[in-house]
Structure formats: structure tokens, C-alpha cells
Write a protein that binds this ligand. Structure first.
Ligand SMILES: [Zn+2]
Length: 101
């Protein structure tokens, strides 16, 4: 009997990188934390509103969070198999505040 291969679903938390590179975060929101991409290990920034948004989605769906950098997120985005969450009111407010500084 062949073992069934089951793809695991996650709530993907895609983040800009801390260090120089294509997806280095240009603006870092106050209160952001440094996490590690769970695929390549690079350091990434995660804003408070993004963390809250992802945590709410994990609570809603029962899925686990997977933090990844934008480079590692590209294949997920290109696959067309994923749903992308629109920015929350909290994330938009966070961006507005940071850009007005
Ligand atoms: Zn990565």
C-alpha cells in the first residue's frame, strides 16, 4: 500500500528581510520584531499588526504560522494554489503612521 502524501497547509507570514538583498525592508514599523525565515533561516522583520493579523487567521483556521522571507514566498505566490489575505485595518494604519514620520 502506498502512503498518501498530504500537503500541509499553513498561514504563511511573508516578511521583508533585515539584511541587504532584493527583499530588504526599506521601512521598519515601530515595535517590529526580528524572526527567522523557516525555510532559509534569513532574518526577517515582522510588524505588530502583521503578527496580530496572522495570529487571528491561525486562530480562525486552526492552522500554524509559517514565517518566510519574500524570496521563499515567491514559489507559493506563483503556484496559484494559495489565498492572499488583504491588508487589515491595523496593517494599513501602521503603514500610514510610519510613512507620515
Ligand atoms: Zn527564506
Amino acid at each position: 500500500m502506498e502512503l498518501e502524501s498530504k500537503e500541509t497547509d499553513y498561514v504563511i507570514h511573508a516578511c521583508g528581510t533585515v539584511d541587504a538583498g532584493t527583499f530588504q525592508a526599506e521601512h521598519v514599523v515601530s515595535g517590529s520584531v526580528v524572526l527567522r525565515c523557516q525555510q532559509c533561516g534569513t532574518r526577517v522583520w515582522a510588524s505588530p499588526a502583521s503578527c496580530a493579523s496572522v495570529a487571528a487567521e491561525c486562530d480562525r483556521t486552526g492552522l500554524q504560522r509559517k514565517v518566510i522571507c519574500f524570496s521563499c514566498a515567491l514559489p507559493y505566490l506563483r503556484s496559484g494554489k494559495n489565498q492572499t489575505m488583504p491588508p487589515t485595518a491595523g496593517q494599513l494604519a501602521e503603514i500610514r503612521t510610519e510613512l507620515s514620520k
